[in-house]
Design a protein around this ligand. Structure first.
Ligand code: UDX
Ligand code: UDX
Length: 464
């Protein structure tokens, strides 16, 4: 079996960066080069100050510190890294298409295709190509076709090796995954490639947790895994609305059903809605694929998970407005949290963006505090919606770095991300700072409801 000594990864993002850092840490005998066309991002990965790495993940800086310069390199010199590698991971982004056929649903594969063409042009030796990005089923077919039709006669073997890491726990998930999935052809060459990648992971993961499948199963498993996880969140969120009407408490319901070992306790936390770069994109992708095979019932079934999530975000904003006497115009509303979940600086598809958009439609004055998200990111997220002008976004939204101070003369506070630090604040001081009645909306159910009511807040939490 071919042993791997040089790995190249195209895309130094949330997936490529941490994944390659851990591979380099655990495999000192393999040279790992991460390339990206974004110079600023590469410079940040190479920054001497480890606080400036472009991605914040607990524990990541230590891993990078150990391996960078030893056998882990970040560079914009894509061609050279491709040429040297035995194995190339493709980890570029695959956003939902914003144009043409499949707009708003299908995955945009233009970056994947560009990568394939570049690999084909540059390669002078045989290579194993690993799809790390989440892709529609049968993308490997497209890759194979481009590589073999435009290459220099060298052999390419395509594997699918989807990533299951969750942001905020990426390093732990990489060090100790539930499973590693490797899909490839069932030919002798395909089997050899699967075994080569298996032995990379076997440097720190038990072989019985490394599953080999055919390529299509692997590609589809990733979409299915995310769809099932998102479906659990939408399911419990649908019940949260029913709880609010009936006097049941969604936490109690979640606990009652989660203790059934057939259901399990994870991913049953009611919230203001799921966000992140994957859930919505992957379900839309699944829906699109099902539709393209004429499986309308299958498509409708999964689309409902997204419909419920959009409803939850909107419903939360509407609840805020209704509670505050049906008007928030000119009212100061402080949002705690902008990231799509705690322990990450990622804001993609964060519920906070959409809640803010609804509140801005009603002319609220928004103040945002998030411990890790930068001001420029918050404005970029709002500008991207294209709902109002950039000037208006900056006039109506203020980003602050001191949370408790921000609550001075506020009408309401809403918790939109479950950062631990929010539970440690002096909520009595916050209450005293605010105009009365002081409204508190907990979109993550992290604050003790009875304590908050005791302080005097008009308190609303999802599913209570
Ligand atoms: C990943 C996966 O690839 C995506 O399919 C999955 O569903 C979510 O996670 P992620 O790492 O989160 O994407 O994306 P991002 O942080 O945007 O990183 C992608 C990087 O690829 C960017 O830094 C971008 O500059 C780079 N890129 C993109 C290239 O280097 N070359 C290109 O042609 C396109
Ligand atoms: C997800 C998958 O978990 C991971 O396996 C895949 O590789 C990428 O997509 P990620 O998006 O990083 O990971 O975060 P995840 O922890 O799954 O949370 C997604 C969203 O669901 C967050 O907004 C989170 O707050 C929300 N969520 C999660 C809930 O609202 N309730 C829950 O019980 C769990």
């Amino acid at each position: 079996m071919k042993s791997i000594s040089h790995i190249c990864c195209i895309g130094a993002g949330y997936v490529g960066g941490p994944t390659m850092s851990v591979i380099a840490q655990k495999c000192p005998h393999i040279t790992v080069t991460v390339v990206d066309i974004n110079e600023k991002r590469i410079a940040a990965w190479n920054d001497e100050n480890f606080d400036n790495l472009p991605i914040y993940e607990p524990g990541l800086a230590d891993v990078v510190k150990e391996a960078r310069g030893r056998n882990l390199f970040f560079t914009t010199e894509v061609d050279a890294a491709i040429d040297k590698a035995d194995m190339i991971f493709i980890s570029v982004n695959t956003p939902t298409k914003t144009y043409g056929k499949g707009k708003g649903m299908a995955a945009d594969l233009k970056y994947i295709e560009l990568c394939a063409r570049q690999i084909a042009r540059v390669s002078t030796t045989d290579k194993i190509i690993v799809e790390k990005s989440t892709l529609p089923v049968r993308t490997a077919e497209t890759l194979t076709s481009i590589l073999h039709n435009t290459g220099n006669g060298v052999h390419f073997e395509i594997l699918s090796n989807p990533e299951f890491l969750a942001e905020g726990t990426a390093v732990q998930d990489l060090l100790n995954p539930d499973r590693i999935l490797i899909g490839g052809d069932n030919t002798p060459e395909g089997q050899e490639a699967k075994d080569a990648l298996t032995s990379v992971y076997a440097n720190w993961i038990d072989r019985d947790r490394i599953l080999q499948t055919n390529v299509w199963s692997s590609e589809l498993s990733k979409l299915t895994a995310n769809a099932f996880l998102a479906q659990r969140v939408s399911s419990i969120n649908s019940i949260s609305e029913l709880c609010e009407e009936t006097g049941a408490d969604v936490n109690e319901v979640a606990r009652a059903i989660g203790t059934d070992s057939r259901v399990g306790s994870k991913f049953l936390k009611a919230s203001v809605g799921f966000g992140g770069s994957c859930f919505q994109k992957d379900i839309l992708n699944l829906v699109y694929i099902a539709k393209s095979y004429g499986l309308d019932k299958v498509a409708d079934y999964w689309e409902q998970v997204i419909i419920m999530n959009d409803h939850q975000k909107k419903r939360f904003a509407e609840k805020m407005i209704a509670s505050m006497y049906n008007t928030v115009a000119g009212k100061k509303i402080v949002l705690f949290g902008w990231a799509f979940k705690k322990d990450t600086n990622d804001t993609r598809e964060s519920a906070a963006i959409y809640v803010t958009d609804y509140l801005l439609d009603e002319q609220a004055e928004i103040v945002v505090y998030d411990p890790k998200v930068k001001e420029e990111q918050i404005y970029a997220d709002l500008d991207y919606l294209n709902t109002r002008s950039e000037e208006e976004n900056r006039r109506l939204v203020t980003v602050v770095s001191s949370p408790e101070e921000a609550t001075k003369d506020a009408h309401a506070v809403a918790v939109l991300t479950e950062w631990d630090e929010f539970t440690t604040y002096n909520w009595e001081t916050i209450y005293n700072n605010m105009l009365k009645p002081a409204f508190l909306f907990d979109g993550r159910k992290i604050l003790d409801s009875s304590a908050m009511k005791e302080i005097g807040f008009k308190h609303f939490a999802i599913g209570e």
